[in-house]
Design a protein around this ligand. Structure first.
Ligand code: COA
Length: 178
């Protein structure tokens, strides 16, 4: 397994093309694409964790970003993990686990976040719990189309970065989710 972290804006054409092909393999286009599009406006990851197999093919991806948010109105630096995906033919080999762990280490050690956060479908709660993440018990506020609202689209999970998790009742992501 080869693992590389790059700024998303610095991905070259080959890398961007491989990422597009991976996304299409994970989420094959549906006949009525417009009807099936997510209603959520997602933030673009600033960092891309690229995982390749022994033949240097991109087989898995993890996106990462930082966001200055508010934890009960106190400023806090949040690490974000998103866009996690592994090619259907390469699952169960630990690619996503390695990418998520590298991303959270990078956010903690190199970008100095207070904790990291991701959102996921309910059926992935146990997957992330096994990697040390826990469900966030408070309300998460996000910005969509200029309006702030409580995020209920899917589950919100957090992991501490060294210190204990901050205990906030209301966590404002001060922008779109990721
Ligand atoms: C979820 C996903 C990223 C996992 O990728 P992966 O590279 O296969 O993950 P890993 O190899 O690190 O972990 C696989 C393990 O997770 C388990 N797992 C996979 N999906 C799971 C789920 N929904 N619930 C619980 N465990 C799950 C597997 O059984 C396997 O367990 P094992 O290690 O005991 O064999 C991959 O299935 C995927 O791309 N899914 C579609 C896109 C998606 O849903 N992304 C997540 C967005 S939050």
């Amino acid at each position: 397994m080869q693992l590389e972290i790059k700024a998303t804006a610095q991905l070259n054409d080959d890398e961007a093309g491989a990422l597009k092909a991976l996304s299409a393999a994970v989420y094959p286009p549906k006949p009525d694409a417009a009807k099936n599009a997510s209603p959520i406006k997602w933030a673009r990851p600033q960092w891309s964790i690229l995982l390749r197999d022994v033949d240097s093919q991109l087989v898995s991806y993890v996106g990462a970003l930082t966001r200055l948010g508010l934890c009960d109105n106190q400023e806090i630096l949040i690490g974000g993990i998103g866009g996690v995906k592994t090619h259907p033919a390469q699952r169960g080999k630990g690619y996503a686990k390695a990418g998520i762990q590298r991303a959270t280490d990078f956010l903690r050690r190199e970008l100095g976040v207070d904790f990291s956060l991701l959102v996921c479908r309910a059926d992935l709660l146990t997957y992330y719990q096994r990697l040390g993440w826990s469900a966030f018990a408070g309300d998460t506020l996000v910005q969509q189309n200029g309006l702030k609202s409580i995020f209920t689209w899917n589950e919100v999970m957090v992991i501490p970065a060294g210190k204990a998790l901050p205990s906030c009742r209301v966590l404002d992501l001060c922008g779109p989710p990721w």
